[in-house]
Design a protein around this ligand. Structure first.
Ligand SMILES: [Mg+2]
Length: 264
């Protein structure tokens, strides 16, 4: 069994110098609060400022690593535009603005979508989210239906082994293609401005564990937000504790930069 992660207070901020850290951040449950309808989620103004200031301090080495499509993240960060990996690594836009997408077979996803739609017609409150290369069934409004949703999902898995199932918080998702959040982080780290930096990744869900594993192998800093089993090295008690910590860290960077400038 993995050791219990250390707390935010145990994390030495000098491990995360802005000039040698590559920041990778999950979005929902990490920067933005959950809503019953994922389309209703908003990024709080302070977090938008934190991200902008963090990107400035780290010379642009800040990327969002989300299950949402890139277009969704852009809309929520607007007017800020950051490098993004979307749909759990199926899409990626690098710091130079180049977009990479995995080519995917459509038929198995269409079959999964049809099964989810049939289920949603029977049970009002279930919500289907369609993304490039993926389809998700959200049961946040009908949590009692989790067992039935899982049952449908496992029957989809049996007939469509080429689909990858992700079971997150109040959501079951099928993704075509094997690219993961970990793959997206590895791809960013081969490019400027991330190359040669130590990676940091924060995420809240079981679907972030593959990325934590990658970060551990790369000797970076991995941080789980909220409760739940994890292999991450650090844990923030909840999303508010994490956002406070990130805002304070970013302010500290900017203070240091100002005082260095004043001395020069
Ligand atoms: Mg999340």
């Amino acid at each position: 069994m993995a050791e219990e992660p250390r707390t935010l207070a145990d994390l030495d901020p000098s491990l995360l110098g802005p000039e040698h850290t590559a920041f990778f951040l999950d979005f929902d449950g990490t920067l933005a609060d959950f809503r019953d309808d994922p389309a209703a989620v908003v990024l709080p103004e302070r977090e938008r400022h934190t991200l902008a200031a963090l990107a400035k301090a780290a010379d642009g080495a800040v990327a969002i690593i989300s299950g949402r499509p890139i277009a969704d993240i852009d809309r929520m960060l607007d007017p800020l535009e950051l490098p993004v990996a979307g749909v759990h690594g199926l899409e990626r836009r690098n710091a130079g603005g180049e977009v990479f997408r995995t080519a995917l077979p459509e038929a198995p996803l269409a079959a999964a979508r049809a099964r989810f739609q049939a289920m949603a017609r029977l049970h009002p409150g279930l919500l289907i989210e369609e993304k490039p290369g993926s389809v998700a069934l959200h049961f946040r409004r009908r949590p009692e239906l989790e067992p039935q949703c899982l049952e449908i999902a496992s029957s989809i898995v049996e007939t469509h082994m080429e689909l990858r199932m992700l079971h997150g918080k109040m959501v079951i998702e099928f993704k075509a293609g094997s690219a993961t959040k970990a793959d997206a982080i590895a791809a960013f780290l081969k490019e400027e401005p991330f190359r040669g930096r130590h990676p940091f990744f924060a995420g809240d869900d079981s679907t972030d564990e593959d990325a934590f594993n990658k970060i551990l192998k790369l000797k970076g800093v991995s941080m789980k937000i909220g409760p739940g089993a994890t292999i991450a090295a650090y844990r923030a008690a909840d999303i508010d504790a994490f956002r406070e910590w990130l805002a304070a860290l970013t302010q500290q960077y900017n203070r240091t930069e100002r005082s260095t400038a004043a001395r020069a």
